[in-house]
Design a protein around this ligand. Structure first.
Ligand SMILES: [Zn+2]
Length: 336
């Protein structure tokens, strides 16, 4: 960042402050001007959130590194004073708006995440190796995530249950999410395999199908979503948390063997794929991510996905991802 750009950024911050705080910030500005911001280590992260002054990063960062805030002005938190440490200045009282000039720090009490329960009671999605419908898995997991987010203070979390046949239900769920003016959409699914890979077995006397070939979670975004970059950022947070829980991602979606179900792998460390055509990801007005939580056609993994412990781990991971999405400083500094 060149010096004149730095001055413009700081000028923008100062213009929004009341006189008493202005004095504090003025001291900080004077002290900082001789410093080349590009050499100040963590400072670029604090300023890169201003889209008018700073170009966005050319490629997405990993989940733990990413600090770009979402466009969440509607739900911006009321300013509170925090004490933080600015370079050599020592502790200085500054409002969060100084740390994040156009910041997307959201207020958990008003931030609305919609948890879209994949499929419907009428069109239940995949059938597990033990003949349980995917819809039942999706609903149980989504409810646990909803409970966890509400416990963490995200009171506006909404569970989105849709009725009807498969394709019309896709447009209906998109319309519902848009009408709810959601800030973020997370669609919850469980994975299977293409029919040609299914093998036969008998479960409780009934002819059934399975495939133990693949397992793991995967996270999808559409590059056609109106806010793809923010979608990708949240996807990387979710996938990063899944990996941190000790889960492996499903690698087969990058392989030719998947045919029509092969998708570009956007983050090979943590398992984020693009799935551009998915209606629920491309037609939603807000950032949207789809989580395939695990395989229910794999006989071992189906048992794990049915356990409260696994649902609890996933719910905890998603809640951490939402918290970090809402306040990128959480990842940088820990709770302030
Ligand atoms: Zn599904």
């Amino acid at each position: 960042m060149r010096r004149c750009e730095s001055i413009r950024v700081l000028g923008g911050i100062v213009a929004g402050l009341r006189p008493r705080r202005l004095l504090v910030v003025a001291i900080a500005v004077i002290a900082l001007l001789p410093i080349d911001i590009s050499e100040a280590g963590w400072l670029p992260d604090l300023f890169k959130s201003s889209p008018k002054h700073v170009k966005p990063p050319k490629r997405a960062k990993s989940a733990r590194q990413s600090t770009r805030p979402a466009k969440l002005a509607r739900h911006r938190a009321p300013p509170k004073l925090h004490t933080t440490r600015l370079a050599a200045l020592g502790p200085v009282a500054l409002p969060p708006s100084v740390l994040k000039p156009s910041a997307g720090k959201c207020d958990p009490a008003t931030f609305r995440i919609v948890l879209d329960v994949g499929h419907t009671a009428e069109s239940e999605g995949a059938i597990s190796a033990r003949n349980v419908a995917e819809f039942a898995f999706n609903l149980r997991l989504a409810r646990q995530i909803e409970e966890r987010l509400k416990t963490e203070g995200f009171a506006e979390t909404r569970l989105l249950l849709t009725e009807g046949k498969a394709r019309p239900s896709l447009f209906r769920r998109v319309a519902s999410a848009n009408n709810l003016r959601a800030d973020l959409l997370l669609s919850i699914h469980h994975d299977s395999v293409p029919n040609k890979m299914l093998e036969d077995w008998e479960f409780e006397g009934r002819k059934s199908h399975f495939s133990d070939r693949f397992s793991g979670y995967s996270v999808f975004v559409s590059r056609e979503n109106p806010d793809f970059k923010t979608s990708l950022r949240f996807a990387e947070l979710v996938a990063g948390e899944m990996k941190a829980q000790g889960f492996r991602y499903a690698e087969q979606y990058s392989q030719a063997i998947m045919g029509r179900d092969q998708h570009p792998l956007l983050n090979k460390e943590i398992g984020v794929y693009s799935y551009d055509e998915l209606i629920v990801l491309r037609k939603t007005a807000m950032p949207a991510v789809l989580l395939e939580a695990g395989s229910i056609i794999n006989r071992d993994e189906e048992l794990k996905m049915g356990s409260p412990e696994r649902r609890n781990s996933i719910a905890g991971g998603v809640a951490s991802a939402v918290k970090e999405f809402c306040d990128p400083r959480w990842a940088l500094f820990g709770p302030l």
